[in-house]
Design a protein around this ligand. Structure first.
Ligand SMILES: NC(=O)c1ccc[n+]([C@@H]2O[C@H](COP(=O)([O-])OP(=O)(O)OC[C@H]3O[C@@H](n4cnc5c(N)ncnc54)[C@H](OP(=O)(O)O)[C@@H]3O)[C@@H](O)[C@H]2O)c1
Length: 353
């Protein structure tokens, strides 16, 4: 990368560094030579504790902040704990955004999500679709909190002259993913289900829905590279993203390509070596017919993802196999959970993100 805005010695705080996104950002920062990272586990710094977050910022004074900490979950978690989703996410982001302002951090990147666009947004979804329609009811508390985070970045930029930007990633997958069959997204769920079907020589696997909904996916390491690319944009370009009075400071990050769930399942079956039949059960819910981000804003700045879906799936499968040994698992993935059909519930907001 030429003309880096983030100096290699600059202190960089990655909030949520053990999560899917945060861990990918840390890996990507290390790969390009950023080693002055400030990282805190939840046990060391509970981000919902305002006094603790304020003290942390005052003592560490990071110049750049990647805000990848959040309470995230599927439809079940969102509907069981809606109060926790709105409360914890609001607290975490307001503590970090305000802490960063107080110490004069140069730039902050807030992780939004494609799942906070309106339920019936025109496809592909452009950045200006935000707040243009009704939200998906199942994750509304989460989405409202995230939208408040974006609004907060925008308000701070206007009132305090800060440079805070929100990245809006599509569905992600990659190292450190969640393979718990009760709560996983569609890719890790399919990898596990088809892997286990292959091992037990099942002749057929039944998947929820018709297989026709179209979804977009991005490898988490590609997202992380996009995040670093954005934080390194020259000042004029970065300012054009964060200093508009009329446009919220946000930018979509996706692969720009979608495929049907059936195509995805067939690709994963091939990657994991499952040669049985994939049967779709149309009596189960499908979710939104299509979810694809319009990534033209990011493409016009010169960023494109590097990892094809097939390459990413091969990497993810290798990581899944490595994780079968708990000693080498990034999250101590348990493979002892009983398999359940629930894992392919495409109505799950995590799966739909
Ligand atoms: N995954 C996706 O497909 C996807 C897609 C689009 C957008 N995003 C966005 O990316 C962001 C990160 O998502 P993710 O998938 O990386 O989530 P994740 O894997 O669950 O990671 C979230 C991180 O936040 C930390 N955290 C949560 N509550 C905390 C607290 N009170 N104090 C300190 N740390 C806390 C977690 O710490 P622990 O490890 O201790 O739990 C974890 O490291 C979210 O804003 C999400 O909306 C994700």
């Amino acid at each position: 990368m030429k003309n880096l805005m983030m100096n290699h010695n600059a202190k960089i705080y990655v909030a949520g560094h053990r999560g899917l996104v945060g861990s990918a950002i840390v890996r990507a920062l290390h790969r390009v030579g950023y080693n002055n990272l400030v990282l805190r586990t939840r046990a060391e710094l509970n981000l919902t504790n305002q006094a603790a977050v304020e003290a942390f910022f005052q003592s560490e004074r990071p110049r750049y902040v990647f805000l990848a900490a959040a309470k995230v979950g599927g439809i079940l978690a969102n509907s069981t704990y809606p109060a926790e989703f709105i409360f914890q996410n609001l607290l975490m982001q307001e503590n970090i955004i305000e802490g960063a302002r107080r110490v004069g951090a140069d730039r902050l990147l807030f992780l939004g999500s494609s799942c906070i666009y309106p339920k019936f947004a025109a496809q592909p979804m452009r950045e200006d679709a935000l707040l243009s329609g009704t939200l998906e009811p199942t994750n509304r508390p989460y989405a409202v909190a995230k939208i408040a985070g974006i609004e907060m970045c925008w308000a701070y930029n206007r009132q305090y002259g800060t440079r805070y930007l929100a990245a809006m990633p599509t569905n992600l997958y990659g190292p450190g993913d969640n393979y718990d069959l009760q709560t996983s997204h569609v890719i890790p769920a399919l990898i596990r289900k088809l892997h286990e079907a292959g091992i037990s020589r099942q002749r057929e696997v039944v998947l929820w829905g018709t297989g026709t909904p179209r979804r977009e996916f991005l490898y988490s390491d590609d997202l992380a590279e996009a995040c670093i690319f954005l934080m390194n944009l020259n000042q004029k370009t970065f300012d054009s993203l964060v200093q508009s009075e009329t446009d919220a400071p946000l930018i979509n990050v996706g692969s720009g390509r979608d495929q049907t769930i059936q195509e995805l399942a067939e690709l994963i079956a091939d990657v994991v070596g499952f040669d049985g039949l994939l049967r779709f059960d149309p009596s189960k819910p499908d979710g939104t017919p299509r979810k694809l981000l319009d990534t033209s804003r990011l493409s016009s700045l010169g960023w494109e993802p590097k990892t094809s879906l097939r390459q990413g799936l091969e990497l993810a499968y290798q990581e899944f196999l490595n994780a079968l040994d708990p000693a080498t698992s990034p999250r101590g993935v348990s493979v002892h959970n009983p398999p359940g059909d629930k894992l392919l519930n495409e109505g799950d907001s995590r799966a739909l993100r």
